[in-house]
Design a protein around this ligand. Structure first.
Ligand SMILES: [Zn+2]
Length: 226
C-alpha cells in the first residue's frame, strides 16, 4: 500500500490521542472477555489481510492502525468503527495528513482505488460500518436516491410490491436477478425490458430494493467465490 505514507506530526499525535480516548470509551462498554475476543479477531484479520494483499502494497503500520480501530466480526455482521467519527456519524481515519472516511479507506484496502466521481455507499445503512462486504460503489445521484429510498422505506415500511407506484412484482424481480446472474443480459437491457429505471435495476441486483434473504446469501457466496 505504497500510496499511504505515514509520519507522525504534532497534529497526528493529537488525533491519535483523541482516537485512543474514543476507543477506550467504546471498550468500557465491553467485558474483559469481549475485549480479549475482539483483539483476537482483529489480529486474525490482520493475518488474513497479510496473506491477501500483495507484498509490495503491504503497509503493516497502516493496516494495524486501521484494523485495531474496528470491531471486526463475521462476514454478514457490521464492523463498527470504534475511533473518532465526524458530525454525520461516519468514521474518521487520518491518512497522508488528511482526514478520510474510514469506510472509504476500508474500500481502498480491499478493492484498490475508488474510481473518480464515485462514492462508497453502505448496503447495511450503518455509517459506522467498515465491513467491505457491506460497501458498494455508487454515484452521488445513487447516494441521494439511496437516501430517499431508505427514507421512503422507513416511512411507509414497504420497498417492494406493496408500494402502489411499483411496476414490478416479486416474480419479475426474481426473473431480473436470475437473468443477470446467468450473464444472459445487461442492466441496460433489463431496464428497457421491464420498463424501470437503470437505477432501480441496480438496486434490485444489489438487493437494496426488493430485499430478499435468500438472494443476499447468494450474493455473499458469489463474492466469496470471486
Ligand atoms: Zn454493515
Amino acid at each position: 500500500m505504497a500510496r499511504f505514507h505515514t509520519h507522525l506530526s504534532e497534529e497526528d499525535k493529537k488525533k491519535r490521542d483523541h482516537d485512543n480516548i474514543k476507543i477506550r470509551e467504546e471498550n468500557k462498554k465491553k467485558t474483559e472477555e469481549e475485549l480479549v475476543d475482539m483483539r483476537r479477531r482483529q489480529q486474525e484479520y490482520i493475518e488474513k489481510l497479510r496473506s491477501i494483499i500483495p507484498k509490495e502494497k503491504w503497509n503493516e503500520r497502516l493496516i494495524r492502525r486501521f484494523i485495531t480501530k474496528a470491531d471486526i466480526r463475521g462476514e454478514k455482521d457490521c464492523w463498527n468503527w470504534l475511533a473518532g467519527k465526524n458530525s454525520d456519524g461516519y468514521g474518521n481515519f487520518k491518512i497522508c495528513n488528511k482526514e478520510e472516511l474510514s469506510h472509504r479507506v476500508s474500500y481502498i484496502i480491499h478493492n484498490e482505488s475508488i474510481p473518480e466521481r464515485l462514492n462508497i455507499l453502505h448496503q447495511c445503512n450503518n455509517r459506522k460500518c467498515i465491513n467491505p462486504k457491506h460497501l458498494f460503489l455508487g454515484t452521488h445521484q445513487d447516494n441521494m436516491k439511496d437516501m430517499v429510498n431508505k427514507n421512503r422505506s422507513y416511512n411507509c415500511g414497504h420497498r417492494g410490491e406493496d408500494n402502489s407506484c411499483s411496476k414490478l412484482t416479486w416474480k419479475k424481480v426474481k426473473e431480473i436477478r436470475e437473468e443477470y446472474i446467468k450473464c444472459k443480459t445487461t442492466q441496460n437491457i433489463l431496464s428497457k425490458k421491464y420498463n424501470v429505471s437503470k437505477g432501480m435495476i441496480y438496486y434490485i441486483l444489489k438487493n437494496i430494493n426488493w430485499y430478499d434473504e435468500e438472494y443476499q446469501k447468494l450474493l455473499i457466496s458469489k463474492i466469496r467465490n470471486d
